[in-house]
Design a protein around this ligand. Structure first.
Ligand SMILES: [Fe+2]
Ligand SMILES: [Fe+2]
Length: 238
């Protein structure tokens, strides 16, 4: 099945760029616009999501490389998204779409300065505003690549909360589809089980308890929290 609007030359461009030392300069915020224009050139013709998997993984590795604290965040989250999609019995196409949404959910972080991403301690309100912009840039970038609307909204909604307290749009439960809600649960779970400048990685049990609390507070969907907690209860430290 062909997906519209993804450049066939993308894989070649990314692979050649990653061999070039100056490529790493692109990760600097001041160079990001140029980098994205290089990586996502004018659309020539469509390729399938399957064909796009390899360059997609390379791009997500770059996102993770941006911060020493999130070296495997995207790849681990994408693996969990794939496991959740398989457990739900999604067909291959939907599975791949959910995987891509996870793989690209934080690509907008490339635009956020490391002084904010690496800050030890709480962000002030200005820094918080800046950090939150990453979802806007995720959405913008995925539009520019030419992904379909579902992938874009699942990725762009990962910080939305059911009670409307999330960002960037403050969407509420009735405006969030199942995949958006699940990706939000997975992102919280993944983040809690990683070391960050401001916390030590939690065990599965501790992370599951935080998720349950967030469901009780009306932020996350309780059924999806249970599903995800159960799914990963076997695979990580209790
Ligand atoms: Fe995020
Ligand atoms: Fe994330």
């Amino acid at each position: 099945m062909q997906e519209p609007g993804i450049s066939r030359s993308l894989a070649d461009i990314i692979l050649s760029l990653s061999d070039n030392l100056s490529f790493w300069e692109y990760l600097e915020s001041r160079n990001i616009t140029y980098a994205l224009e290089r990586v996502f050139p004018d659309i020539d013709h469509a390729v399938s999501l399957t064909e796009f998997s390899r360059p997609a993984r390379i791009i997500s590795t770059l996102v993770d490389s941006k911060s020493e604290y999130t070296l495997t965040h995207t790849s681990d989250l994408a693996a969990k998204a794939l496991a959740a999609a398989s457990a739900r019995g999604y067909d291959d196409q939907r599975k791949l779409k959910f995987y891509f949404a996870a793989l690209f959910h934080d690509i907008g972080k490339l635009v956020i300065p490391n002084r904010i991403l690496h800050k030890k301690g709480a962000l002030n309100s200005e820094e918080m505003q800046e950090a939150r912009k990453h979802v806007y840039y995720t959405e913008k970038t995925l539009w520019e690549i030419g992904f379909d609307r579902e992938i874009i909204s699942w990725a762009a909604n990962h910080h939305e909360r059911l009670d409307g307290s999330g960002y960037p749009r403050g969407l509420t439960a009735d405006q969030l589809d199942r995949e958006s809600r699940t990706l939000a649960v997975l992102d919280v779970y993944q983040s809690l089980t990683e070391d960050r400048p401001y916390w030590k990685a939690k065990t599965h049990g501790e992370a599951a308890a935080v998720l349950s609390q967030m469901a009780e507070q009306g932020y996350l969907n309780s059924r999806e929290v249970e599903e995800i907690s159960l799914l990963f209860s076997q695979s990580v430290t209790q």
